[in-house]
Design a protein around this ligand. Structure first.
Ligand code: HPA
Length: 269
């Protein structure tokens, strides 16, 4: 058994191109890993503190390489709060990415839309969030750094750049507020009506704890939702993980174009 920590293993595998940008791929988006150049794959099982994925569609490996000219560390698979009731389930990976040199994080997820016209297969840039799960991954962290400011948690810089990349690529990119529900059950129609009244544009079961962990570490964050369905009760489709996986594929090409163009912009900065 190696005594190296995850960051050391990542740095050793990355050789002379240590990662500067971390990425987390949500349900059904694993195919973006195929676009990574000079890819090196490290199974999470070899990375202390990384999760054992239990969700179908989450591969459970870290992909190192270049995307649009940027050295990235792409997590193909995440841990969710609902798997074991731990809001800080992604603390190990996010800390390791930062320790390996990542200064920024691009998060992605599958989400249900609350906005008519922004249906399955569309992309939503997250501008802000509502934490409806009632917990925080920072519970138990030391004062005073645990009192993290979440104004502009979703970098205004990156938001502008992602809109610019979307425009260049002819990709429609909506934007809005993401509301975090604990899951693993989907929401009730009454919860979806409440979410809308409270100001949400999309709902999902991930990402928010990762944003909080990343901001605690001072990482610059951007996040994108791939809309896989309308929220419960907004249309007559039943909700299922199979549908999430299938509909995420609808947006996969747009998402890939957008992500690569965004990273090209970062590389040229
Ligand atoms: N609710 C919560 N999480 C989701 C949904 C949803 O409707 N769709 C995909 N992930």
């Amino acid at each position: 058994m190696s005594t190296k920590n995850a960051a050391e293993i990542i740095l050793e595998a990355a050789g002379d191109t240590p990662p500067t940008f971390g990425m987390v791929l949500g349900s059904g988006l694993g195919a973006l890993a195929d676009a990574v150049e000079d890819a090196k794959h490290i199974p999470y099982a070899d990375l202390p503190g990384f999760p054992k994925p239990t969700v179908q569609g989450h591969e459970g490996q870290l992909v190192l390489g270049r995307l649009g000219g940027v050295s990235i560390a792409m997590m193909q698979g995440r841990a969710h709060y609902y798997e074991a009731g731990k809001a800080d389930a992604m603390k190990g990976p996010i800390r390791s990415l930062q320790a390996a040199g990542c200064k920024s994080l691009l998060l992605t997820n599958a989400a249900g839309s609350l906005v008519k016209g922004a249906g399955p297969g569309s992309l939503m840039l997250i501008t802000d969030h509502i934490n409806f799960a009632g917990t925080s991954p920072l519970i138990g962290e030391a004062a005073p750094t645990r009192f993290v400011d979440l104004i502009d948690a979703y970098s205004p810089d990156y938001r502008a750049q992602l809109h610019e990349s979307a425009r260049q690529q002819g990709v429609t990119l909506n934007e809005g507020v993401y509301m975090w529900f604990s899951g693993p059950n989907f929401e009730t129609p009454a919860e979806i009506r409440a979410a809308k009244i409270l100001g949400a544009d999309a709902v999902g079961m991930s990402t928010v704890p990762e944003v909080i962990l990343a901001r605690h570490l001072g990482l610059k964050v951007a996040a994108l939702s791939i809309i896989t369905n309308y929220g419960a009760g907004l249309d007559d489709m039943p909700l299922s993980h199979a549908q999430t996986m299938e509909k995420a594929a609808l947006a996969a090409q747009d998402f890939k174009k957008l992500a690569i163009a965004f990273f090209e912009g970062q590389a040229n900065d």
